[in-house]
Design a protein around this ligand. Sequence first.
Ligand code: SF4
Length: 287
Amino acid sequence: MKEKVSPFLKRLSENPAIRQQYYISGFESADVIYNDPLMEEKHEVVKGLVHKYPNRALIKVSYLCAAHCRFCTRIRQIGNPEGTLSDIDLENILLYLQQNPQIDDVILSGGDPFYTPDITYKLLEKLQFISTVKTIRIGTRMPFQSPDSFHTKNISSLLNLINDIGKRIPLYILVHINHPDELNKETESVIKLLKEQKVTVLSQTVFLRNINDNFETLYLLFKKLYHLGVIPYYLYHCDHVKGLERFTGDINKEKEIAIRLRAELSGIACPLFVEDLEDGYGKMPVY
Ligand code: SF4
Protein backbone atom coordinates (compact mmCIF):
# COMPACT_ATOMS: atom_id res chain seq x y z
CA MET A 1 0.00 0.00 0.00
CA LYS A 2 1.44 3.33 -1.07
CA GLU A 3 2.03 6.01 1.51
CA LYS A 4 -0.78 8.55 1.41
CA VAL A 5 -1.01 11.36 3.93
CA SER A 6 -3.63 14.08 3.56
CA PRO A 7 -2.53 17.76 3.67
CA PHE A 8 -4.34 18.07 7.01
CA LEU A 9 -2.40 15.15 8.54
CA LYS A 10 0.88 16.46 7.09
CA ARG A 11 0.42 19.53 9.25
CA LEU A 12 0.27 17.22 12.30
CA SER A 13 3.15 14.98 11.21
CA GLU A 14 5.46 16.10 14.02
CA ASN A 15 3.11 14.33 16.41
CA PRO A 16 4.42 10.76 16.99
CA ALA A 17 0.88 9.30 17.24
CA ILE A 18 0.04 10.66 13.78
CA ARG A 19 3.43 9.83 12.24
CA GLN A 20 3.37 6.21 13.38
CA GLN A 21 -0.15 5.64 12.06
CA TYR A 22 0.39 7.10 8.58
CA TYR A 23 4.06 7.20 7.56
CA ILE A 24 5.95 4.20 6.19
CA SER A 25 8.62 3.16 8.65
CA GLY A 26 11.76 1.09 8.18
CA PHE A 27 9.86 -1.93 9.57
CA GLU A 28 7.69 -2.23 6.48
CA SER A 29 8.79 -4.69 3.82
CA ALA A 30 7.78 -4.32 0.19
CA ASP A 31 7.78 -8.13 -0.33
CA VAL A 32 4.96 -9.12 2.02
CA ILE A 33 1.81 -10.66 0.57
CA TYR A 34 -0.94 -9.43 2.83
CA ASN A 35 -3.65 -11.86 3.90
CA ASP A 36 -7.40 -11.35 4.30
CA PRO A 37 -7.75 -11.92 8.08
CA LEU A 38 -11.53 -11.56 8.15
CA MET A 39 -12.15 -13.83 5.14
CA GLU A 40 -14.07 -11.10 3.36
CA GLU A 41 -13.14 -12.23 -0.12
CA LYS A 42 -14.54 -15.71 0.58
CA HIS A 43 -17.89 -14.13 1.49
CA GLU A 44 -18.02 -11.49 -1.27
CA VAL A 45 -21.18 -12.68 -3.04
CA VAL A 46 -21.51 -9.72 -5.44
CA LYS A 47 -18.74 -7.26 -6.24
CA GLY A 48 -18.50 -4.97 -3.21
CA LEU A 49 -20.95 -6.87 -0.97
CA VAL A 50 -19.70 -9.19 1.78
CA HIS A 51 -22.41 -11.45 3.23
CA LYS A 52 -20.81 -13.25 6.14
CA TYR A 53 -23.49 -13.20 8.86
CA PRO A 54 -27.15 -14.03 8.09
CA ASN A 55 -28.78 -10.65 8.78
CA ARG A 56 -25.88 -8.31 7.98
CA ALA A 57 -24.19 -7.18 4.80
CA LEU A 58 -21.03 -5.13 4.42
CA ILE A 59 -20.76 -2.94 1.35
CA LYS A 60 -17.33 -1.67 0.34
CA VAL A 61 -18.10 1.45 -1.66
CA SER A 62 -14.50 1.72 -2.85
CA TYR A 63 -10.99 0.88 -1.64
CA LEU A 64 -10.10 4.58 -1.47
CA CYS A 65 -9.42 6.71 1.61
CA ALA A 66 -8.18 10.25 2.26
CA ALA A 67 -5.05 8.80 3.91
CA HIS A 68 -3.61 5.30 4.28
CA CYS A 69 -3.33 3.86 7.80
CA ARG A 70 -0.27 1.60 7.86
CA PHE A 71 -2.06 -0.91 10.14
CA CYS A 72 -5.19 -1.26 7.97
CA THR A 73 -6.83 -4.70 7.99
CA ARG A 74 -7.55 -4.16 4.28
CA ILE A 75 -4.00 -3.05 3.43
CA ARG A 76 -4.08 -5.58 0.55
CA GLN A 77 -6.80 -3.55 -1.18
CA ILE A 78 -6.59 0.08 -0.04
CA GLY A 79 -5.69 2.52 -2.80
CA ASN A 80 -6.68 0.16 -5.62
CA PRO A 81 -9.15 1.94 -7.95
CA GLU A 82 -10.59 -1.41 -9.06
CA GLY A 83 -12.68 -1.53 -5.88
CA THR A 84 -14.72 1.54 -6.84
CA LEU A 85 -18.33 0.54 -7.46
CA SER A 86 -19.86 1.37 -10.82
CA ASP A 87 -23.58 2.03 -11.42
CA ILE A 88 -23.97 -1.60 -12.53
CA ASP A 89 -22.23 -2.85 -9.36
CA LEU A 90 -24.62 -0.75 -7.28
CA GLU A 91 -27.62 -2.21 -9.12
CA ASN A 92 -26.32 -5.75 -8.50
CA ILE A 93 -25.86 -5.01 -4.81
CA LEU A 94 -29.36 -3.59 -4.46
CA LEU A 95 -30.80 -6.59 -6.28
CA TYR A 96 -28.97 -8.98 -3.95
CA LEU A 97 -30.39 -7.14 -0.92
CA GLN A 98 -33.90 -7.36 -2.37
CA GLN A 99 -33.47 -11.07 -3.00
CA ASN A 100 -32.19 -11.65 0.54
CA PRO A 101 -34.78 -10.09 2.84
CA GLN A 102 -33.13 -11.65 5.91
CA ILE A 103 -30.51 -8.87 5.60
CA ASP A 104 -31.87 -6.08 7.77
CA ASP A 105 -28.61 -4.38 8.80
CA VAL A 106 -26.33 -2.85 6.16
CA ILE A 107 -22.86 -1.48 6.85
CA LEU A 108 -21.17 0.89 4.41
CA SER A 109 -17.40 0.80 4.56
CA GLY A 110 -14.49 0.59 2.18
CA GLY A 111 -12.27 2.47 1.80
CA ASP A 112 -14.12 5.40 3.21
CA PRO A 113 -17.72 6.03 2.10
CA PHE A 114 -17.19 9.78 2.64
CA TYR A 115 -14.19 9.78 0.30
CA THR A 116 -16.47 8.91 -2.62
CA PRO A 117 -19.55 10.90 -1.58
CA ASP A 118 -21.23 10.69 -5.02
CA ILE A 119 -21.18 6.88 -5.03
CA THR A 120 -22.32 6.68 -1.43
CA TYR A 121 -25.11 9.14 -2.28
CA LYS A 122 -26.32 7.01 -5.20
CA LEU A 123 -26.27 3.89 -3.04
CA LEU A 124 -28.11 5.44 -0.09
CA GLU A 125 -30.68 7.07 -2.34
CA LYS A 126 -31.92 3.60 -3.33
CA LEU A 127 -30.97 1.61 -0.26
CA GLN A 128 -33.35 3.64 1.89
CA PHE A 129 -36.31 2.27 -0.08
CA ILE A 130 -35.53 -1.42 0.41
CA SER A 131 -38.14 -2.09 3.06
CA THR A 132 -36.34 -5.08 4.58
CA VAL A 133 -33.30 -2.94 5.42
CA LYS A 134 -34.03 -1.62 8.91
CA THR A 135 -30.72 -0.06 9.95
CA ILE A 136 -27.78 1.50 8.12
CA ARG A 137 -24.29 2.02 9.50
CA ILE A 138 -21.54 4.08 7.88
CA GLY A 139 -17.92 3.69 8.95
CA THR A 140 -15.55 6.61 8.40
CA ARG A 141 -12.14 7.92 9.41
CA MET A 142 -12.38 11.06 7.27
CA PRO A 143 -13.30 13.45 10.10
CA PHE A 144 -9.75 12.90 11.42
CA GLN A 145 -7.98 12.71 8.06
CA SER A 146 -9.56 15.50 6.07
CA PRO A 147 -11.98 17.53 8.18
CA ASP A 148 -12.04 20.38 5.64
CA SER A 149 -13.68 18.01 3.08
CA PHE A 150 -16.87 18.04 5.14
CA HIS A 151 -17.55 21.57 3.92
CA THR A 152 -17.46 20.64 0.22
CA LYS A 153 -20.65 20.61 -1.82
CA ASN A 154 -20.66 16.85 -2.39
CA ILE A 155 -20.25 15.87 1.23
CA SER A 156 -22.79 18.51 2.28
CA SER A 157 -25.33 16.95 -0.12
CA LEU A 158 -24.52 13.50 1.27
CA LEU A 159 -25.03 14.77 4.81
CA ASN A 160 -28.40 16.24 3.82
CA LEU A 161 -29.46 12.86 2.46
CA ILE A 162 -28.18 11.09 5.58
CA ASN A 163 -30.10 13.51 7.76
CA ASP A 164 -33.25 12.87 5.75
CA ILE A 165 -32.91 9.07 5.84
CA GLY A 166 -32.10 9.21 9.55
CA LYS A 167 -35.60 10.59 10.22
CA ARG A 168 -37.08 7.29 9.06
CA ILE A 169 -34.41 4.61 9.51
CA PRO A 170 -31.95 4.36 12.41
CA LEU A 171 -28.65 5.48 10.94
CA TYR A 172 -25.35 5.10 12.76
CA ILE A 173 -22.07 6.80 11.91
CA LEU A 174 -19.05 4.95 13.27
CA VAL A 175 -15.98 7.14 13.43
CA HIS A 176 -12.60 5.41 13.60
CA ILE A 177 -10.24 7.20 16.00
CA ASN A 178 -7.26 5.80 17.88
CA HIS A 179 -5.61 8.61 19.82
CA PRO A 180 -6.74 11.75 21.69
CA ASP A 181 -4.27 13.78 19.60
CA GLU A 182 -6.58 13.17 16.63
CA LEU A 183 -9.06 15.49 18.32
CA ASN A 184 -8.57 19.20 17.75
CA LYS A 185 -10.62 22.24 16.77
CA GLU A 186 -11.11 21.12 13.14
CA THR A 187 -11.91 17.46 13.79
CA GLU A 188 -14.18 18.27 16.70
CA SER A 189 -16.15 20.64 14.49
CA VAL A 190 -16.84 17.72 12.11
CA ILE A 191 -18.05 15.60 15.03
CA LYS A 192 -20.41 18.45 15.92
CA LEU A 193 -21.57 18.62 12.31
CA LEU A 194 -22.27 14.88 12.26
CA LYS A 195 -24.16 15.16 15.53
CA GLU A 196 -26.40 17.83 14.03
CA GLN A 197 -27.71 15.19 11.60
CA LYS A 198 -30.41 12.70 12.55
CA VAL A 199 -27.87 9.97 13.33
CA THR A 200 -26.20 8.28 16.28
CA VAL A 201 -22.45 8.79 16.34
CA LEU A 202 -20.33 5.96 17.79
CA SER A 203 -16.58 5.40 17.79
CA GLN A 204 -14.30 2.50 16.99
CA THR A 205 -10.69 2.26 18.17
CA VAL A 206 -7.88 -0.21 17.51
CA PHE A 207 -5.26 -1.04 20.11
CA LEU A 208 -1.95 -0.15 18.43
CA ARG A 209 1.31 -1.19 20.06
CA ASN A 210 3.41 1.73 21.29
CA ILE A 211 0.85 4.21 19.95
CA ASN A 212 -2.16 3.99 22.23
CA ASP A 213 -1.72 0.82 24.31
CA ASN A 214 -1.64 2.53 27.67
CA PHE A 215 -4.39 3.39 30.10
CA GLU A 216 -3.84 7.17 30.23
CA THR A 217 -4.08 7.64 26.45
CA LEU A 218 -7.26 5.62 26.04
CA TYR A 219 -8.86 7.02 29.17
CA LEU A 220 -8.38 10.52 27.78
CA LEU A 221 -9.63 9.51 24.33
CA PHE A 222 -12.88 7.92 25.54
CA LYS A 223 -13.55 10.65 28.04
CA LYS A 224 -13.13 13.31 25.35
CA LEU A 225 -15.36 11.40 22.93
CA TYR A 226 -18.01 10.97 25.61
CA HIS A 227 -17.92 14.70 26.32
CA LEU A 228 -18.37 15.37 22.60
CA GLY A 229 -21.50 13.21 22.65
CA VAL A 230 -19.89 10.25 20.83
CA ILE A 231 -20.53 6.79 22.27
CA PRO A 232 -17.33 4.71 22.38
CA TYR A 233 -18.48 1.43 20.83
CA TYR A 234 -15.63 -1.02 20.10
CA LEU A 235 -12.00 -1.24 21.19
CA TYR A 236 -10.36 -3.85 18.93
CA HIS A 237 -7.39 -6.08 19.40
CA CYS A 238 -5.45 -5.40 16.18
CA ASP A 239 -6.31 -7.94 13.46
CA HIS A 240 -3.61 -10.44 12.55
CA VAL A 241 -2.35 -9.29 9.18
CA LYS A 242 0.93 -10.76 7.95
CA GLY A 243 3.53 -8.03 7.80
CA LEU A 244 1.75 -5.77 10.30
CA GLU A 245 2.77 -7.63 13.47
CA ARG A 246 4.55 -4.55 14.82
CA PHE A 247 1.15 -2.97 15.50
CA THR A 248 -0.36 -5.97 17.36
CA GLY A 249 0.07 -5.69 21.09
CA ASP A 250 0.10 -8.18 23.94
CA ILE A 251 -3.50 -9.18 24.58
CA ASN A 252 -2.90 -9.71 28.30
CA LYS A 253 -1.59 -6.17 28.67
CA GLU A 254 -4.60 -4.92 26.68
CA LYS A 255 -6.96 -6.87 28.96
CA GLU A 256 -5.50 -5.14 32.00
CA ILE A 257 -5.99 -1.74 30.36
CA ALA A 258 -9.55 -2.64 29.36
CA ILE A 259 -10.41 -3.75 32.91
CA ARG A 260 -9.05 -0.49 34.32
CA LEU A 261 -10.98 1.52 31.73
CA ARG A 262 -14.15 -0.33 32.74
CA ALA A 263 -13.50 0.50 36.39
CA GLU A 264 -12.67 4.16 35.90
CA LEU A 265 -14.88 5.39 33.04
CA SER A 266 -18.63 5.92 33.13
CA GLY A 267 -20.31 2.83 31.66
CA ILE A 268 -21.49 4.64 28.54
CA ALA A 269 -17.98 6.05 27.93
CA CYS A 270 -16.30 2.64 27.97
CA PRO A 271 -16.15 0.65 24.71
CA LEU A 272 -16.36 -3.12 24.52
CA PHE A 273 -12.95 -4.75 24.09
CA VAL A 274 -13.31 -7.24 21.23
CA GLU A 275 -11.28 -9.47 18.97
CA ASP A 276 -12.48 -10.15 15.44
CA LEU A 277 -12.13 -13.92 15.23
CA GLU A 278 -10.95 -15.38 11.96
CA ASP A 279 -13.16 -18.45 12.14
CA GLY A 280 -16.32 -16.56 11.26
CA TYR A 281 -17.70 -15.88 14.77
CA GLY A 282 -17.12 -12.17 14.29
CA LYS A 283 -16.34 -9.69 17.03
CA MET A 284 -16.17 -11.52 20.33
CA PRO A 285 -15.68 -9.77 23.68
CA VAL A 286 -12.28 -10.44 25.22
CA TYR A 287 -12.83 -11.62 28.78
S1 SF4 B 1 -9.26 4.89 6.79
FE1 SF4 B 1 -9.96 2.85 7.39
S2 SF4 B 1 -10.07 1.70 5.48
FE2 SF4 B 1 -8.83 3.54 5.08
S3 SF4 B 1 -6.72 2.90 5.39
FE3 SF4 B 1 -7.44 3.71 7.35
S4 SF4 B 1 -8.23 1.96 8.48
FE4 SF4 B 1 -8.04 1.34 6.33
